[in-house]
Design a protein around this ligand. Structure first.
Ligand SMILES: [Zn+2]
Length: 82
């Protein structure tokens, strides 16, 4: 079974509170029989792709921490005020 779990939306919705803009996408391929699960993370801001990683453990660890990990090393400005 293959599922693509995507978190991607680069919409600047400004309604009252500053909405946290999602400017990166996490792609997870859960694999199949005989096919390793894979995951990669793409940051739109700095044009960086993290991964892909392969294997159940690697994917689990990757998906759990890549957002904060990448944010720590993202070269794009993290705070953008219009
Ligand atoms: Zn980045």
């Amino acid at each position: 079974m293959t599922q693509a779990h995507t978190t991607a939306a680069a919409r600047g919705i400004t309604s009252g509170r500053p909405a946290r803009a999602v400017i990166a996408a996490l792609f997870v391929d859960f694999g199949d029989r005989g096919r390793q699960p894979r995951a990669k993370y793409e940051c739109v801001l700095c044009q960086t792709t993290e991964g892909p990683v392969q294997g159940a453990e690697a994917v689990a660890a990757f998906t759990a921490s890549i957002k904060s990990e990448h944010r720590a090393r993202c070269t794009a400005p993290q705070e953008m005020h219009p």
